[in-house]
Design a protein around this ligand. Structure first.
Ligand SMILES: Cc1cc2nc3c(=O)[nH]c(=O)nc-3n(C[C@H](O)[C@H](O)[C@H](O)COP(=O)(O)OP(=O)(O)OC[C@H]3O[C@@H](n4cnc5c(N)ncnc54)[C@H](O)[C@@H]3O)c2cc1C
Length: 204
């Protein structure tokens, strides 16, 4: 047991090392500019933002170590049909800015498992019987999808007004414990809405 747990720790370290990544948002238009400035300049930009990552950046040897992708949102009309149900990114892929995709998928799994249990009890696996799972999960999913999309847009905007607005929301949230709590509750998947009061207080 002792040996096994040590081996696991060793493995876990290497998994963690392999899985360490830096997630950096930038407007689509500027990807070419970033690359033409060179990898060293990009590494300096990252290290200036967060000096703690300087060491890890030495493992970036060429642009092939950097993946570039555009977030894609998936909206699906029906999550269930007779004897079948889908969950996770297949029904609600979203911008990663709130780091919620996997969490939403796990919450889907719990809701679906509970629904399937009821289906076994009633021996009914029709779309109608499975629909309860979809109803339970949709509202929060759309809330998180919209919030993540909005955050990404404000983070990468080149529009002066939206840039100002994004900065203001971040500053107000950073200074106010209640707002920070609301933002964290939302981005941790603990709520499926902001009250009108919260929405206003993020800005004014
Ligand atoms: C850059 C980035 C950062 C992220 N960070 C976070 C985060 O910090 N926190 C968080 O909660 N979420 C995060 N996410 C989102 C998260 O990764 C996804 O939401 C989550 O992996 C979705 O899980 P899934 O099981 O639905 O789909 P997937 O993880 O995509 O699993 C689907 C699997 O099906 C396999 N597959 C596809 N087609 C077939 C086929 N025809 N036959 C057999 N197998 C097939 C695929 O290979 C894949 O393994 C991030 C996403 C990105 C892109």
């Amino acid at each position: 047991m002792q040996g096994q747990s040590t081996r696991f720790r060793e493995k876990q370290d290497s998994i963690l090392l392999a899985a360490t990544y830096i997630f950096y948002y930038l407007p689509n238009r500027t990807v070419g500019e970033l690359k033409s400035a060179g990898l060293e300049s990009f590494k300096k930009q990252l290290a200036d933002i967060e000096p703690d990552v300087s060491g890890a950046l030495s493992s970036l040897g060429s642009w092939s170590d950097v993946a570039e992708s555009r977030a894609r949102r998936v909206d699906v009309k029906n999550w269930v049909s007779d004897r079948a149900a889908m969950l996770g990114d297949a029904v609600h892929a979203l911008d990663p800015s709130w780091a919620q995709g996997a969490n939403l998928s796990l919450q889907d799994a719990v809701a679906l498992a509970n629904t399937i249990e009821k289906c076994f009890e009633s021996k009914n696996f029709s779309a109608q019987a499975l629909r309860g799972y979809e109803r339970e999960r949709r509202k929060q999913t759309v809330f998180v999808q919209n919030g993540a999309e909005r955050t990404a847009r404000l983070t990468t905007t080149e529009d002066r007004f939206y840039y100002w607005l994004g900065k203001r929301v971040l500053q107000r949230t950073g200074r106010n414990k209640d707002l920070m709590r609301s933002a964290l509750r939302a981005s941790c998947g603990l709520t499926d809405h902001f009250s009108l009061r919260e929405k206003i207080r993020f800005i004014i």
